[in-house]
Ligand binder design. Sequence first.
Ligand SMILES: [Ca+2]
Ligand SMILES: [Ca+2]
Ligand SMILES: [Ca+2]
Ligand SMILES: [Ca+2]
Ligand SMILES: [Zn+2]
Length: 304
Amino acid sequence: MEKCAGVFAFVLVMGLVAPSEAHSPPGELYFAVQFPDNAVPTIDGNISEWDIVPPTPYTITNNRLFASDANVNVAGRGEIDPGDMNIRHLIGWNNSDNKLYFMTEVFDNVHNTDRTNPSQFWQDDALEVEINPDATPTTEQNLEGQPINNISYKFAVPPVDGQYQFLRPLTNLPWLVDGSQWLDFGWSYEGEEFGESTYYYELAITPILSMPRDEATALSGLEAFDLEENGIIHVTVNVGDFDEPCSECGCASYQGFWSMSAEPGCCSGNADLVLAELDPQLVAAVGTAVEEVSWGQIKAGSVE
Ligand SMILES: [Ca+2]
Ligand SMILES: [Ca+2]
Ligand SMILES: [Ca+2]
Ligand SMILES: [Ca+2]
Ligand SMILES: [Zn+2]
């Protein structure tokens, strides 16, 4: 989402009347599962490697999501009609490669991709991931004259004229793209490509703690963030839903905008995400998967 008239004014007013929350929802945590080195997902749009993740406490489904922008739609937490959109997120991390991993599965009654301007992802169904590793309140993110400390990673597929990845606030960094050390994105779908369907998204991101707000020096001045077990960072994953075409698309053109955070606005990481310790259930599941392969190889005579 972007250019939602009204949202920014609302945030400003809230900032004046009350200290903003450091995170949203207040007092609540989300958990990123720790992948051992031998089980990190392959970013290809096939989500089968995520089957080893125990559902609790990692799974984020409709019941935890907010209609965070009243300009789009008004609904209570979890009040998504699963026939309109049914969302499942999993977030993971790995200590050795220092990457965050994301899996999002979205059933949608209509997958809308019909923007005429390929860069205007905010007119189509989109996945939007916000990362603020230093866990600062939204009001202290990406301040004028300060280094960037929240980056938006947005995707709308299938690509239109090859365009499917949209980075903010710097929009044109040739090194911060899919397939780089900083970002890897994969997707697939089942069902009708532009109709009733389930889209699968996978994402790997090397978190950036800060970088200059300047395209020429952003990379040389970049500081990567070191993911640490039990650390808490700010991550918000949003899914925008368009079911009908629009030519002058505004906030009201959305069918819904579903967020891990209740905070108004689209473009800030502000939900607290714990980088969890290794989960014994997951380790056991990995062991079983390896054993199954080994026994299969022994039976096939490929292992001496
Ligand atoms: Ca995969
Ligand atoms: Ca829908
Ligand atoms: Ca559209
Ligand atoms: Ca849709
Ligand atoms: Zn927080």
